[in-house]
Design a protein around this ligand. Structure first.
Ligand code: 0RA
Length: 422
């Protein structure tokens, strides 16, 4: 009936209609990645609350249908007070208003204050059902939405101890061709979150497969690094990793160690999102490590004779985790897996370089071990190049000649058909 279509509904529809019309603009697409983006949006709000020091536990439940999720935290609870002008609860406004800059950016650094939950309205718009429960001030409140529209106003549902937010959502099958979540993808992301946010208890209950796991790491990314080195199977060449946490425009955190591996391995994250193709933050780290180590070598006259050290020599066996939080991340590439913000390179460089130099200078034994490892890498590289040059010289002399017409080269691998001239 037309009369039931009130002004309030129109406002809500105007608010979230663009999201339903062009979901790709907000979550990158409606494929598996887009579907899981809904989970990250809701989980990130709870993670923010934990990052701000207000929540210590986050529980994610994948329900039996495999296509609906509940995210619960023990934070302060989303504010439920009525907005004087809008006559709606703050919670309802957060869930039904498209925030400026809500376009797909792959994530937001929301810890700078203000009401977080930037992505909550997007998830709401793209879900057939959302139920939000908030515990605050001795009571529990609840509100429900259908495709982004509140089906009833916020109501008190009982008394409650403590505080926190619980969000249930069920993605809309008319938007997503496939609404089943991949438990492995969720598990991995939650485990990473538990490493990036030390001491936060992150629990994943998969009701579809009857699993229940809790991740909690009091040493944060240092525990992550230990796990990574253990899995890769190459021992570290020094006991304690280099670690750093710094806030200078970006929040930069890292832990790294040199190992016996001949590869370099860096895992990097921007606002908790893995950047598999690296980007400016990784470039900043590589440059800084190269320069700090070179400077240490020069200062202490440790440069080897007869071999020049390359950046690759310096980073051979280098294994580390780099996590940055920035306000407006720009991602690049097919899969948006590379950070493109140019300023981040110098943030990271400026954070690492002096700290690493001073770490090397105050851990001389460790530093000398690292330098020895680097020199060895350089000598091995030179030796292997010399060896392959020798091989190609040999190949050049015994290489097949291209002879015209019926003539064929007189090479053979039967000894009796060949001669050796000395
Ligand atoms: C802004 C203010 C306050 C809480 C939150 C945001 C909040 C949002 C989410 C989203 C998921 N979990 C959350 N937990 C908290 C509280 C302001 C106050 O209590 O004074």
């Amino acid at each position: 009936m037309a009369t039931e279509y009130t002004a309030k509904d129109i406002q809500v529809l105007e608010g979230l209609e663009p999201v339903r019309k062009r979901p790709g603009m907000y979550i990158g697409g409606v494929g598996t990645a887009g579907l899981h983006h809904l989970v990250w949006e809701i989980v990130d709000n709870s993670v923010d609350e934990a990052m701000n020091g207000h929540a210590s536990e986050i529980t994610v439940t994948l329900h039996k249908d495999g296509a609906s999720i509940t995210v619960q935290d023990n934070g302060r609870g989303i504010p439920i007070d009525k907005h004087p002008k809008h006559k709606k609860s703050a919670l309802e406004i957060v869930y039904t208003t498209l925030h400026a800059g809500g376009k797909f950016e792959g994530g937001n650094y929301k810890t700078s204050g203000g009401l977080h939950g930037v992505g909550a309205s997007v998830v709401n718009a793209l879900s057939t059902k959302v139920v939000v429960k908030v515990k605050r001030g001795g009571a529990e409140y609840q509100i429900e939405f259908k495709r982004g529209v509140a089906t009833a106003p916020l109501k008190k549902i009982g008394a409650a101890r403590g505080s926190g937010t619980t969000v249930f959502f069920q993605p809309d099958p008319t938007i997503f061709p496939k609404t089943e979540f991949d438990p492995q993808t969720i598990r991995e992301r939650l485990e990473v979150a538990s490493f990036l946010h030390r001491s936060v208890k992150v629990r994943f209950i998969d009701e579809a497969h009857n699993t229940d796991e809790t991740f909690k790491h009091d040493q944060g990314i240092v525990d992550f690094l230990k796990k990574m080195i253990g899995e890769r199977g190459h021992k570290a060449i020094h006991e304690a990793p280099f670690t750093l946490i710094k806030e200078n425009g970006a929040k930069v955190e890292m832990a790294f160690q040199w190992t016996e591996s001949t590869d370099e391995c860096i895992r990097s994250y921007v606002n908790g999102i893995p950047t598999r193709d690296g980007g400016t933050h990784e470039i900043g780290l590589r440059n800084a490590v190269g320069k700090a180590v070179r400077n240490y070598i020069d200062t202490h006259n440790l440069a080897p004779r007869g071999v020049t050290l390359t950046g690759d020599d310096i980073r051979e066996g280098f294994t580390g985790i780099l996590s940055v939080y920035i306000a407006e991340p720009q991602f690049q590439g097919q899969t948006k897996d590379r950070l493109n913000n140019p300023e981040v390179q110098s943030y990271v460089d400026a954070a690492v370089r002096p700290a690493l130099e001073s770490w090397l200078n105050s851990n001389r034994t460790v530093a000398e071990g690292i330098v020895a490892r680097i020199v060895l890498a350089a000598r091995a590289r030179e030796a292997s190049r010399a060896a392959s040059a020798a091989v190609s010289r040999k190949t050049a002399t015994s290489g097949r000649l291209t002879l015209p017409g019926k003539l064929s080269d007189c090479t053979s691998n039967q000894r009796e058909k060949t001669e050796l001239f000395i």
